[in-house]
Structure formats: structure tokens, C-alpha cells
Design a protein around this ligand. Structure first.
Ligand code: WT7
Length: 629
């Protein structure tokens, strides 16, 4: 593995990755265990798009995550599980134990009919079995589709249907803070409309009473007893699918981002090791959920490929109180800590009384991910958590990129608060204007694109390649378009300013405005709605909904509560609007297009700078909206 140790090496690696990408990535890839070498390092075009890395090579990613470590590091702790309730017992799994559990559960999957290429949905809380289930799928060549266990039954069934999963791995319930969530009930409801699912494997986590459907539902523990722990890894081609992960776009329903085996393995390990610079005795903790890409790449694959010791946290940052993260860092002597700006802002708001009881002296490196971090939060994190001595890696990337693309390398890249700084070797960013013309030079701003593929770039959107082409490769011909706006400062550092499309980022969760509108419109009294994001001090962005309703005399507060309930039911609580304004009309152009720019300005409270409204069909609508804001 090409490990970068200083700034000069970074610049040299970067230079080589541009001059000789194939040689560069071949060298990195050669440190993994392959069953057969590749015929070609990369073969690509961004037109169809068609992207292949290490084509012809054969491997199994779990051999690299697990088997490869057994000879020398089998007794090293792979997972430290910190339960929701800090008084419950911590669980630890060594690499050997994790390997054994994964092999045994792989046999459970096979015994229940799962085969290479089958899609398996995982809907679990943050327990070691979530990691075991993902790796077991990968071991037998089944494609996992993890769905965050906060999504509704409808969101779950949409995802299961889209990729026709044959199996769901889930639990009776989940503990989250002082709540207990009825996971199995949600699954049962979802499966009423999912005929492709033949088997449900149920992990008992909360011990709540659940109904088992005869012939379909089986208990994790019973199934494990029936099989042994000997399971050779399925041999996969480099470009075989590893997983599908659904994410929101600017239009329509969430789409299944597809990642493949070889390139994803190489890039997640390479980026993990260079961004976080882990040492063999580090205790690494990423607070994300495995239901998001951060959990896939930097809880499961990147760290395990690197033989790291990983904290897996079931709970939430604010329970039993807002000191939980800091208490847990001391408890497990965490040295590398990776979390989201929204969590930092909410814990900052809770006050220093929740921080000062803890030493935090084990910390060495801090990271953030998911949304732009404002300078204020950056300094608070740096000073009060890192005690002024820990570098902060502000890592920019996306579900579609599979791994971190722009970030400081910890302890190597000079930092600049709120800047993701420089691209990783192999990543070639460029800024373009609205017409797709490249903006060169420094001290500029534009839309962020990437000009050359890196190994973990999205390959397709499941079942709909055209959608992948249109979303990412058609806006600017020959470029991968990120959907983000970006500044490049005088020294060439990048700062991501946020989405330039109709995707919102609410507490680090990616939510499409269209999805929320569709959910709101399911309320019988709503005629039409328009949703925009607006700046929110804790969440980064809040959700602002403008709604037109049928009945002018309706009880507005009740209606607002009902709308929130509908959105919760259709998507999940994370998508509930923060503000709902009832309006009589929406600002539309003569061709019927909603002018979101105006709605965004009003939601921001910037009503005096609405810009040109002359193309509006009915300008009086805007006056009314301004008054009602
Ligand atoms: C969007 C991708 C990548 C893991 C979590 C989110 C925003 C992500 C940063 C950052 C500014 C960021 C972008 C991006 N984003 N990281 N460090 N600074 N913005 O993955 O759900 O696919 O969302 O999150 O807007 O496009 P995701």
C-alpha cells in the first residue's frame, strides 16, 4: 500500500497519479490479495458511461478484510461494540472471531438459498451483526443493499422492490436513546408488497415480542446453530457488483448507487490509510450508521481492509446526555474520531459542561464528513475536543464517489478551517461555469466536476443506467458532475459550498426536494407543494415547505402536524419539514415551472433580493408569500 508520509510525498504521488494513473493504481492494488491479476488497470469513457477498474482480476473483498489478517493479527480487536445503553456490556470481536462469524453466517445465507448475484436487504440497528451480515453477503457474492433503520416501511419496500431482494436481514427492534423502535413491524408492513422476499433472518436485539411468519422468518441464532464456520470465499470478478446503496437525487425516487468489488476495495483502503494515517495501535471511531456510505466505506470496508480497531456505536450523541461521545472516547481510548458537523454543532450548543468532565487525551486525529463545516464549529471542535493539537480532516465525498476525494491527509496537509483542502492522488477536480466551460486559475468559484475516474466511482444506478448517465455524466460532457458548488482559493485549496441542485443536506442526511413534495402531496387536503432547503444553525439545512391546500378554513396548526406525520410515514422522521407555509399560489413562470430561487430567498429571510420576477405568470403571488413568511 502506498502510504504517504509527508507533503512532498503527497505532491509526488499526486503528480504520478495524473501522469501515469495506470502505473500508480497498479502499484497500490498489488498490495491486496487477488485470485487472478487484472488484464487492464482501467478502461473507461464518461459518455455511456462505462468504467472498469482491474478488469479481468478475481478476488473476494472479505479475504482482504478478514482472512489476510489472520496469520499475523488474528487476535487483534476488529470491533469494539458500544451499546446504546452505556451500562450494557461492551462486546469485542477479534479479527479471528469476526472471520468465524462471517463465515458461519455466510453458510446461513447459502443454506437459505442465497446465491452469487442475489440482492439481500439489510435493515438492522448498529450492532456487530450488521457488519457480519454485510461481509457475509460479500463473501458469498450476494449484493447487499443496506437500508438505514430510520427509514419508513414505504421507503424500505421501495428499495426492496427496486432491486428485487430475495431476503431481508433484520431485528426484532432497535434501541435508540430512550426509544425502542419496532423494526420487525416496519419490515412486516414493507413486505406486504414485496413478493420477491422469500426469507427473513431475524436477530433478537431488544427481546420484544414479535410475530414470526411461518416458512419465511427464521431466527439468526437458530440458523447459526445449524451450520459450521467453514466457508471458502466466492471468487468474484473485479467488476461484479459488491453492493447497492440508495440515495436521493434531485428528481424522483431514491436511486440505487452501484459499487463493484475491485476498485471499491482498492480505493476505500487507500483513502482510509492516507486520510486518517492510522497506526497499528489506534482506536478508530466513525460515528456514522452503516446505512449510509460513510458506514460502508469507513466503518466496514476501509478500516477492516486496513486491519484497524473499530468502535461501532449503537446509540445517539445526546443520550443519556450530550456528553456521550466524549465519555465514549475516554472509555475506549479512541484516538481517531470521525463525525458530522451537525453533531458537532448540536453538542457545542449543549454547552461545555458536557465536555469538561472528560480527558479526551487519547485523541490524535479528528475528522468531519457529510456537509460543509462552518468556521465556528471547526474552531470549537479543534479547541475543545482536539485541545488544539489534533488535525481535523474535513473529508468531502459522496455516495457515488465511494470514498473520500478531497481532504487533508492528517498531520500532513496544512489545514484551513472550512476547507476540504486538496484532492487525493488519483482525483482530478475541475470547476466549470453554468455553460460547462472550465474555470481555470485560483481564487475562483464554480460547479465541481471530476475529469478522470478513480477506482470507486459509481458504475451505474441499479436497473437504470440511463439515469446514471443523465444525473452525473450528461450535465457537462465528458465530466463527472458532483452536484456541488465549490471555491478554489488563492493557494488552490477547495471549499465545498453546498449543493447546486434540488438536493438538500439536512443534518448530513441527503434528501431530495421532490421526494418530500411527493410525500406531502399524499395528504388529502394538499393540492400542491414546493420544498426548498434553508440555512439552519444546527442541521446545516432545514426543510421549508410551501403548500397549497384545498380547504381555506382548515385548522392550520393541525394541518402542519398532519403534514409532518405524512412525511414521517412516507419517508421517515429525518425528512419532516421544519417550516410549513400555507400559500394560495406558487411563483410559476408562464411555462408552469416553479421558480425555486424565489422560494429559497424567502425561506432564507432574504425577501428584498428576489431578483428578476418579470417572467412570473402572476407576480402578486410573490407579495403574498413574502407577507406570510
Ligand atoms: C453530499 C453527499 C460522503 C459521505 C456522507 C454524505 C455533502 C459531504 C462534505 C464536506 C461539504 C460535504 C456534499 C455532497 N458533503 N461531505 N466535507 N464538505 N459538503 O454522502 O449522502 O452521498 O451526500 O454531502 O454536498 O455532494 P451523501
Amino acid at each position: 500500500m502506498l502510504r504517504i508520509n509527508n507533503l512532498e510525498e503527497y505532491h509526488r504521488a499526486y503528480e504520478r497519479s495524473v501522469q501515469d494513473p495506470e502505473g500508480f493504481w497498479a502499484d497500490i492494488a498489488s498490495s491486496f490479495r487477488w485470485q487472478r491479476p487484472w488484464d487492464q488497470v482501467v478502461d473507461w469513457n464518461f459518455t455511456e458511461p462505462n468504467i472498469k477498474w482491474f478488469d479481468g482480476a478475481q478476488l473476494n473483498i472479505t479475504e482482504n478484510c478478514l482472512d489476510r489478517h489472520l496469520a499475523n493479527h488474528g487476535e487483534k480487536t476488529a470491533i469494539i461494540w458500544e451499546p446504546n445503553n452505556p451500562d450494557e456490556e461492551v462486546r469485542r470481536l477479534t479479527y479471528r472471531q469476526l472471520h468465524e462469524q462471517v463465515c458461519q453466517f455466510s453458510n446461513v445465507l447459502k443454506k437459505n438459498g442465497a446465491r452469487k448475484g442475489d440482492r439481500i436487504c439489510i435493515y438492522l440497528p448498529m450492532v456487530p451483526e450488521a457488519v457480519i451480515a454485510m461481509l457475509a453477503c460479500a463473501r458469498i457474492g450476494a449484493i447487499h443493499s443496506v437500508v438505514f433503520a430510520g427509514f419508513s416501511a414505504q421507503s424500505l419496500s421501495d428499495r426492496i422492490q427496486d432491486s428485487e431482494c430475495c431476503m431481508v436481514i433484520t431485528s426484532d427492534g432497535a434501541f435508540r436513546g430512550n426509544k425502542e423502535l419496532p423494526i420487525k413491524e416496519i419490515v412486516d408492513q414493507a413486505l406486504e408488497v414485496c413478493p420477491s422476499v422469500k426469507t427473513v433472518i431475524l436477530l433478537e436485539r431488544t427481546g420484544s415480542n414479535v410475530r414470526l411468519v411461518a416458512g419465511r422468518d427464521k431466527l439468526w441464532k437458530d440458523e447459526m446453530e445449524k451450520v459450521d464456520a467453514n466457508c471458502p470465499a466466492e471468487i468474484m470478478n473485479s467488476e461484479d457488483m459488491l453492493f447497492i446503496l440508495y440515495t436521493s437525487g434531485s428528481t424522483g425516487k431514491p436511486k440505487g448507487v452501484v459499487h463493484t468489488c475491485g476498485g471499491y476495495m482498492v480505493y476505500t483502503a487507500y483513502s482510509f490509510q492516507n486520510v486518517f494515517q492510522p497506526k497499528s495501535d489506534d482506536i478508530y471511531w466513525c460515528t456514522a450508521d452503516v446505512g449510509w456510505i460513510t458506514g460502508h466505506s469507513y466503518i466496514v470496508y476501509g478500516p477492516l481492509l486496513s486491519g484497524a480497531t473499530n468502535v461501532l456505536f449503537e446509540g445517539i450523541p445526546t443520550w443519556p446526555d450530550a456528553g456521550r461521545f466524549w465519555q465514549t472516547i475516554d472509555k475506549h481510548r479512541v484516538s481517531i474520531f470521525y463525525t458530522a458537523p451537525t453533531a458537532i454543532r448540536s453538542l457545542e450548543a449543549a454547552g461545555l459542561d458536557f465536555v469538561t468532565p472528560y480527558l479526551l487525551d487519547s485523541l490524535r486525529i479528528l475528522g468531519t464528513v457529510g456537509e460543509p463545516i462552518n468556521e465556528e464549529a471547526w474552531h470549537w471542535y479543534h479547541q475543545h475536543i482536539g485541545k488544539g493539537k489534533c488535525p481535523i480532516v474535513d473529508t468531502w465525498w459522496q455516495t457515488e464517489t465511494g470514498g473520500i476525494l478531497i481532504s487533508p491527509l492528517a498531520g500532513i496537509t496544512p489545514l484551513k478551517p472550512s476547507y476540504a483542502t486538496l484532492p487525493l492522488p488519483g482525483v482530478q477536480p475541475l470547476l466549470v461555469d453554468a455553460d460547462g466551460k472550465e474555470i481555470t486559475g485560483n481564487g475562483v468559484e464554480g460547479n465541481l466536476c471530476i475529469r478522470y475516474p478513480w477506482p470507486s466511482i459509481i458504475r451505474t444506478t441499479y436497473g437504470d443506467h440511463e439515469r446514471c448517465r443523465i444525473n452525473y455524466f450528461a450535465t457537462y460532457a465528458g465530466r463527472y458532475f458532483t452536484g456541488d458548488g465549490c471555491k478554489r482559493d488563492e493557494q488552490g485549496y477547495y471549499r465545498i459550498t453546498g449543493r447546486v441542485d434540488d438536493v438538500m443536506n439536512v443534518s448530513g442526511h441527503r434528501i431530495g426536494t421532490a421526494e418530500v413534495e411527493d410525500a406531502i402531496n399524499q395528504h388529502p387536503d394538499i393540492v400542491e407543494s414546493a420544498v426548498v432547503g434553508y440555512p439552519h444553525t444546527i442541521k446545516g439545512q432545514g426543510i421549508y415547505a410551501y403548500v397549497i391546500c384545498t380547504n381555506e378554513l382548515a385548522d392550520n396548526d393541525l394541518l402542519r402536524e398532519e403534514i409532518k406525520a405524512v412525511v414521517s410515514r412516507v419517508i421517515g422522521p429525518i425528512a419532516k419539514p421544519d417550516k410549513i407555509q400555507i400559500v394560495r399560489g406558487l411563483p410559476k413562470t408562464r411555462s408552469g415551472k416553479i421558480m425555486r430561487r424565489i422560494l429559497r430567498k424567502v425561506a432564507e429571510g432574504d425577501v428584498d433580493n428576489l431578483g428578476d420576477t418579470s417572467t412570473l405568470l402572476d407576480p402578486t403571488v410573490v407579495e403574498e408569500i413574502k407577507k406570510g413568511a
